[in-house]
Design a protein around this ligand. Structure first.
Ligand code: S3P
Length: 425
C-alpha cells in the first residue's frame, strides 16, 4: 500500500509508441509520396529521427500536436547531409538508420550523446559489412562517431547472435536495397513493427516463425499511419496500480502486439488483476484498453524467451517484484547492460538504497519480497526508464524520495509527471 495513503485512479491516454514512431518517420521518408502520421510520439528520441531525415532532405510538416506529415524522398533519393547526423540518446535511430544509409550512394557520419557513445554498434556494423557496406568508426566501428559509405549491397543469410529488434530491423532495411534476397534467423522473436509496417508500404517480406525473408524493392508506397499508445510507457501505470492498494486505472489505446506484451504475461503469472477491453487492429497493429486493479502479487521467473518481449519493462518489473510475495528471478537479460544505462546495476543499486532485498547477477537479478521500501536519493543515470520506474517506487516508499535529472523522461514520455499527478488521489 502507498505509505502516504495515495492511490492511482482514473483513465489514462498514453502517448504513441516510440518504436513505431521511429519506424513511421523512417519508412515514410524513403517512400514515394505523402504520409500522414497520427498519434506520433513527440519524445526527444523520435525528434532526433526527424532531425536526421530532415538533414537528408525529407520535408516534414508538424500539424496538430501529435500529427506529422512526411513527404517521402523515395528509396534511393535521400540527399547527402551537409552536417553530421545527430541521433542524440536514441539507439533505435542510429541502428535502424545505419541500415538505410548502407543503401544510399553517399557517405555520412552519425554522432550522439555520451550514453550513445558507450553503446555497441558492432552488432549492426558486422551484418551490414557482410552485405557490402563500408563502415568506419571508433574501435572498428563499434562506437560513435560512425561513418557509413553506402552503395551496392548483396543479400545475406544471417543467424542473429543476439535477440535484438534494432539489429534485425537494420538488416531488413538494408535488404530493401540489396541485389538479392536476404534471410534473417532470429535467436528469440523480438518486436516486429518493422516487418508489419514495411508490408503495408508494399515491401516483399515473408515471415515464418523465427525466419524473415526480404526481397529487394524498387519503391515503397506512401501510407497513412495511426500509432497505438506505447505499452512500455503504460507499464509504469500498470505496475503502479498493481502494487498500490485501492488503485484502479483504465489505460486507453495501448499497443498489444504480442512481441511487446511480455509485461502482461508476467503480471498474469504474478496473479495481477487486469482485463483487456476493446481489442482492435489499426494499421496491422493490435491495440486495446487495459483495466488494472491492485492485487497481492506473487513472485515469478523471467527467462530468455520472455526477455525480448519485455526488455524495456524490466526496471519497473523489478520494482513490482519488491512488493510481491516470494523470490523473483530475472535471468538471461545481459542486454540490460547496454541500454541507456547499465540497467542491471542502475536498478539494483537504487532498489538496495531503498531497502529492497535484491541481488545483482551477471545476467539479471534476484529479488525477494515483499519489502517495505524507504525513500532516499535516487540516481536516474539520465536514463528515462530508471527515472520513471523509481517515481513509481517512491509512491510505495515511506518518507521522501528525490530522483536526480527527471528531465530525461522527455526521451520517451513527455507529460509522464502530469499524467501521474492527474491519477494520484
Ligand atoms: C527497440 C528495440 C529494443 C528496445 C529499444 C527499442 C526498437 O532494443 O530495448 O528500446 O525500437 O527496435 P534492442 O533491439 O537492442 O533489444
Amino acid at each position: 500500500m502507498s505509505s502516504n495513503g495515495l492511490k492511482l485512479r482514473g483513465e489514462v491516454n498514453i502517448p504513441g509508441d516510440k518504436s513505431i514512431s521511429h519506424r513511421a518517420i523512417m519508412l515514410s521518408s524513403i517512400s514515394n509520396g505523402k504520409n500522414i502520421i497520427k498519434n506520433f510520439l513527440n519524445g526527444e528520441d523520435c525528434l532526433s529521427t526527424i532531425d536526421c531525415f530532415k538533414k537528408m532532405g525529407t520535408k516534414v510538416e508538424k500539424c496538430r500536436k501529435n500529427e506529422v506529415i512526411i513527404h517521402g524522398m523515395g528509396l534511393r533519393k535521400l540527399k547527402k547531409p551537409i552536417q553530421n547526423l545527430d541521433v542524440g540518446n536514441s539507439g533505435t535511430t542510429i541502428r535502424l538508420i545505419m541500415g538505410i544509409l548502407a543503401g544510399q550512394n553517399f557517405e555520412s557520419t552519425l554522432i550522439g550523446d555520451n550514453s550513445i557513445a558507450k553503446r555497441p554498434m558492432k552488432r549492426v556494423t558486422d551484418p551490414l559489412r557482410l552485405m557490402g557496406a563500408n563502415i568506419y568508426g571508433n574501435e572498428d566501428a563499434n562506437f560513435t562517431p560512425i561513418t557509413v559509405n553506402g552503395g551496392n549491397l548483396n543479400g545475406i543469410e544471417y543467424n542473429m547472435p543476439i535477440a535484438s529488434a534494432q539489429v534485425k530491423s537494420s538488416i531488413i532495411l538494408a535488404s530493401l536495397y540489396a541485389n538479392s534476397p536476404t534471410k534473417i534467423i532470429e535467436k528469440n522473436k523480438s518486436r516486429n513493427h518493422t516487418e508489419i509496417m514495411l508490408k503495408s508500404f508494399g515491401a516483399d517480406i515473408d515471415i515464418s516463425g523465427k525466419e524473415i525473408y526480404v526481397k529487394p524493392v524498387q519503391n515503397l508506397y506512401s501510407e497513412d499511419i495511426y500509432i497505438p499508445g506505447d505499452i512500455s510507457s503504460a507499464a509504469f501505470f500498470i505496475a503502479g496500480a498493481s502494487i498500490i492498494e485501492g488503485s484502479e486505472i483504465l489505460v486507453r489505446n495501448v499497443g498489444l502486439n504480442e512481441t511487446r506484451t511480455g509485461i502482461l504475461d508476467v503480471l498474469k503469472n504474478m496473479s495481477g488483476n487486469f482485463e483487456i477491453l476493446n481489442k482492435k487492429y489499426v494499421c496491422g497493429e493490435l491495440m486495446g484498453d487495459i483495466l488494472v486493479k491492485h492485487s497481492n502479487l506473487n513472485s515469478t521467473t523471467i527467462d530468455s524467451k520472455l526477455i525480448p518481449r519485455l526488455i524495456d519493462e524490466i526496471p519497473i518489473i523489478a520494482v513490482m517484484a519488491t512488493q510481491a510475495e516470494g523470490t523473483t528471478i530475472i535471468k538471461n537479460a545481459k542486454e540490460l547492460k547496454v541500454k541507456e544505462s547499465n540497467r542491471i546495476s542502475s536498478v539494483v543499486s537504487n532498489l538496495k538504497k531503498m531497502g529492497a532485498d535484491i541481488e545483482e547477477m551477471d545476467d539479471g537479478m534476484v529479488i525477494k519480497g515483499p519489502t517495505k521500501l524507504s525513500g532516499c536519493n535516487i540516481e536516474s543515470f539520465s536514463d528515462h526508464r530508471i527515472a520513471m520506474a523509481f517515481s513509481i517506487a517512491s509512491l510505495v516508499a515511506s518518507g521522501d524520495t528525490n530522483i536526480d535529472n527527471t528531465r530525461c523522461v522527455e526521451i520517451s514520455f513527455p507529460g509522464f509527471y502530469d499524467i501521474l499527478k492527474e491519477i494520484t488521489c
